[in-house]
Design a protein around this ligand. Structure first.
Ligand code: PEP
Length: 233
């Protein structure tokens, strides 16, 4: 069983979400499917598809205009949230420190956070990939919490139509698995994300310690997303 999570970013409509849910309810797979959608669509419900947000506040409530708390997300019936996506880190100033606080708030509210880590192109070129991944995991994951998912997303490959080599993905996922194990979190699912398509999904998910994928652009069309989900048993 693999985990296939879609990240709709700031895209989609309720009509598209309904269409996607109906299509996903009819597919024959044991894989876990999660759709992380804009806040305005969180109230969607489906027996087959878990719904998630794309971020939560680190705060419970208060004077934080524009923010949405993990409890508010949970109250919609959603069960997951992405935290630390590279676009939040790039455009909204999220750091490992704030991501850890958001992940802790998510867990406290009963949500499963999908905690994203990954290196930029500059960090890759500087030979810092492994260091960034390891510090990302150590600093973004809250202590003593088991109900989490990690997503390795090389930031330079997101939306770019290019992916790391299989060896690069294998090394990154091995490091994440070892780091989690060292933190007492062995067995935590680790997703790969960035430019996953139907054409590369099965190969990527055959790499050791790749427990599923986080899919951006290709999760927005039924005909692109379903073949990714059904590419593995
Ligand atoms: C993402 O934004 O999380 C992502 C994986 O995007 P894409 O699949 O479009 O590269």
């Amino acid at each position: 069983m693999k985990i296939i999570a879609g990240n709709w970013k700031m895209n989609g409509t309720r009509e598209l979400l309904n269409e996607m849910i109906v299509a996903l309810e009819n597919i024959d797979t044991e894989n876990k499917v999660i759709l992380c959608v804009p806040y305005t669509m969180l109230a969607a419900s489906s027996a087959r598809v878990a719904i998630g947000a794309q971020d939560v506040s680190a705060h419970d409530h208060g004077a934080y205009t524009g923010q949405v708390s993990a409890n508010m997300v949970a109250a919609t019936g959603a069960t997951y949230t992405i935290v630390g996506h590279s676009e939040r880190r790039q455009y909204n100033g999220d750091t490992n420190d704030t991501v850890r606080q958001k992940a802790a708030a998510a867990v406290a509210a009963g949500l499963t956070p999908i905690i994203c880590v990954g290196e930029t192109m500059d960090e890759k070129n500087a030979g810092k990939t492994m260091e960034i991944i390891q510090s990302g995991v150590r600093e973004s994951v809250p202590q003593d919490t088991k109900n989490i998912i990690i997503a390795y997303e090389p930031r330079w490959a997101i939306g770019a139509g290019i992916t790391p080599t299989d060896d690069e993905i294998a090394s990154a996922h091995q490091l994440i698995a070892d780091t989690l194990s060292d933190m007492g979190l062995g067995g935590t699912p680790i997703l790969y994300g960035a430019s996953v398509r139907a054409s590369n999904a099965a190969q990527i998910m055959s790499i050791p310690h790749v427990d599923g994928v986080l899919v951006g652009g290709a999760s927005l069309k039924v005909d692109d997303f379903i073949p990714i989900i059904t590419s593995v048993k």
